[in-house]
Every structure is written in C-alpha cells, then in structure tokens.
Ligand binder design. Structure first.
Ligand code: SF4
Ligand code: SF4
Length: 382
C-alpha cells in the first residue's frame, strides 16, 4: 500500500514567515547548548528559503545543519502565531531523504526500521495483544529497548495496584515518530499503520501511554505529518495522570521516604508541545520521595528543554544529543538536586548515560513500583 499524500502547507510557507523572526530564538534548546546562530529557528527557516531561492544548495554541509534541529516543538509552543516550523523542517528533510541526499546515518535507521516492520508483521500474526481483558490499553512500544521494557512492567504493576488492569497494545512497535522526524516518511507510515491496526483490533476505548512523545505521535504526527487517521473513539491518556488520580483517591500509597536525596523532576521530551497535567508526575514523585525534596529545573513545564533523546539526534548529531543531556544534568546540579527523575524511559536512559558530577537518574515508574506499599482502596477513583 502506498503512503498517503502529505498534508498540504498553507499559502505562505512557514519558513517564509520565520526566516527573519527572532521571537522564539530564546526557547530553542539546540541554539542554547551550541551557541551557534546557525542552529536557531529563524536560521533553519532562512536556510530552507535560501535553497528555495537558489542561493545555496543542499549538500553535505547544509543538510547536516538541517538535521541539527531536535524537532522538540519549543519554537512553535512559544510562537505568537503558532507557526508549525518543526513540521516545515521535517517536510524538507522528507524531500531530501527521498532524493537520496540525507546523512548516511538516516538510511541506516531506515534499514533497521524496515526490518522491524517486516519482522513485526510476522510476530503480530502469531501473538496478538497480551492480557486482553480490559477496554483500557497500554501502549507497550519497542521493548527491545531494555529501559522501556522495565518501565512497561512497572507501569502495568502500578496500574494493576490502582485497580486499572490493561490490555497490552503495540508490543515491539515503534510509533514511527522518530522516522517521521528524520524524513523517513514511508517507513514512518508503515510503522504508524501497524500501531493503528493493533489499536483497532484490541477492543479498547482508551490507550494509556508512558510518555508525552507517544501521545504527540498519536494525536499529532499521524494526522499532521503522515496523513493517517487515529481510530475513532479511542482517546489517548498519559498513564502518569491515571496513577496520580489513583494516588489522590487513596488507591495507591508509597513507602515513607527516608534519607532520599533532593531531586529535580524532568518533564519528558515533547512536553511543551502538548496540553499536559504538570502536577500529576510531581505529585507522584513527592509521594515517593518526600514533599520537600523537589528542586525545580529552570527549564521546566511549558519551557522544558529536551534531554537529547529526541528527533533522531542520537544518530545524526550525537554531540548535540550529549550536550542537551549535559545541560539538563548541569541545570539539576545548579538547582541543588542529586537525582533527576522522569517517567519517559528514553529520557531516563539517555540522561543516565550522560550523568556526571554526583547526579544520578531514576525512572519514575520504576521508582514508584519499588516504593509501592499497598492498594488501600479497591478502586482507582477514575
Ligand atoms: S516559529 Fe513563530 S516565533 Fe519562531 S521564528 Fe517562526 S514566526 Fe517567529
Ligand atoms: S523544533 Fe526545537 S530545536 Fe528545532 S527549531 Fe524548534 S525549538 Fe529549535
């Protein structure tokens, strides 16, 4: 089956609007950690428009610059006119990738994901959804990643303790959002279609997700970038919000904190581009780690910087991915924290790989599972 047509751009290209605008420059995390004007929102727009005008061409150098954007959404989240600059950058990458001019690392990712699509189709025909007992699903995702597998197991245990049994959906399925960010549109469509098929066959009316990035994929990337329709009647909810409601209702409790270090809660990558309950993960962290141990990041909530495990930067610009992580660790240390806590397993794994100077990283789902004491009431309060 061929990929659906890409959604059409407006009459005036976003990049035309952005190329001489500096109004979100301060929000761009890549510009913040690299101190390079070339790596700021208006500069990426100007680059695209300069190619369009024939002033420069896409070559190894200019393409490398285009792939330095993290696709984090902070520019659009801080734009007074809601310009979809990240979508415009990704659309340009898709054209470059289709022309065979993307960085070699992008095609390595394409080959790996293509194998995933083919092997996943075979697995699905023999496995089907696990624990298919509930109309509430949990998006499992690519559990070949050990950090994600641990977070999934902890989340299922926590939800069960909260009185919310789940049907596991999309095991071993990447969402396709990273492929879409890299301009690998065809493979992104195939991955997304496989997820949508799983959701439709699972018999659920609500799908819980581990992290904002998954919700952004289902609510925005599929429609806005891939031209795909999410199954009608299936709402997408952050699992952490369901657990916070259970905590508030008295259906979950955690061991009394003792001698635990001060911590900073990291809002996961993609948080600023979503409507999100910022209080939910913080309430859970406070319950497990103590009400006075939180040390807020400066870059948090609607201005939260990504950790670096985003947009495929790990493969195209690992140096920038590492600098973004180091900036989070530095920010935590400056706030007086010795732990960084976050629920997104990709964020916790990436930050842990770059932690230094006495700062450690904990996954919030795993931490909550370790400190879970009892279910004091039979219902979750949902
Ligand atoms: S996204 Fe908005 S604020 Fe940022 S450069 Fe474009 S027009 Fe300006
Ligand atoms: S998506 Fe993120 S990294 Fe890219 S231009 Fe916008 S703020 Fe900067």
């Amino acid at each position: 089956m061929s990929a659906p047509a890409a959604p059409e751009a407006g009459a005036v290209p976003t990049t035309e609007n952005c190329r001489f605008c500096w109004m979100c420059r301060h929000a761009c995390p890549v510009g913040h950690v690299t101190h390079r004007e070339t790596y700021t929102p208006h500069a990426w727009a100007l680059e695209i428009e300069s190619v369009r005008r024939g002033q420069i061409v896409w070559d190894a150098s200019t393409v490398s610059v285009l792939y330095a954007c993290a696709d984090c959404g902070l520019c659009r989240a801080h734009c007074a006119t809601d310009q979809p600059l990240p979508d415009a950058i990704v659309a340009e990458r898709a054209a470059i990738t289709a022309a065979g001019a993307a960085p070699a690392a992008v095609y390595d990712v394409e080959r790996r994901l293509r194998r995933h699509v083919e092997s996943g189709a075979a697995a699905r025909s023999s496995n089907g959804p696990r624990r298919a007992s509930s109309t509430v699903g949990l998006f499992v995702g690519d559990i070949s990643d050990a950090a994600r597998a641990r977070a999934v197991e902890s989340t299922i245990a926590l939800l069960a303790a909260a009185g919310v049994p789940v049907t596991e959906v999309g095991a071993d399925r990447p969402t396709g959002r990273t492929a879409a960010s890299l301009g690998l549109r065809d493979v992104a469509v195939d991955l997304a279609r496989a997820v949508i098929d799983d959701v439709q066959s699972a018999g659920i009316d609500e799908l819980l997700v581990l992290a904002p990035g998954d919700r952004w994929a289902f609510e925005s990337v599929y429609a806005d970038r891939l031209g795909l329709e999410w199954p009608k009647g299936v709402r997408v909810t952050d699992a952490i919000v369901v657990l916070a409601r259970a905590l508030a209702a008295g259906a979950l409790s955690f061991g009394a904190p003792k001698d635990l270090p001060p911590y900073a809660y990291h809002d996961p990558c993609h948080t600023p581009r979503l409507a999100r309950d910022y209080a939910a993960p913080r309430a859970l962290a406070a319950a497990a780690l103590g009400p006075d141990a939180a040390r807020p990041f400066f870059w948090r909530e609607h201005r939260a910087h990504p950790c670096g495990a985003i947009g495929g930067l790990n493969v195209t610009h690992p140096d920038i991915a590492a600098r973004l992580a180091a900036a989070r660790v530095d920010d935590a240390r400056a706030a007086g924290a010795r732990w960084i806590v976050t629920e997104d397993p990709a964020c916790s794994a990436h930050l842990a790989a770059h932690a230094s100077g006495g700062v450690e990283v904990q996954n919030l789902f795993e931490l909550l599972h370790e400190r879970l004491v009892t279910s004091s009431r039979p219902t979750s309060g949902r």
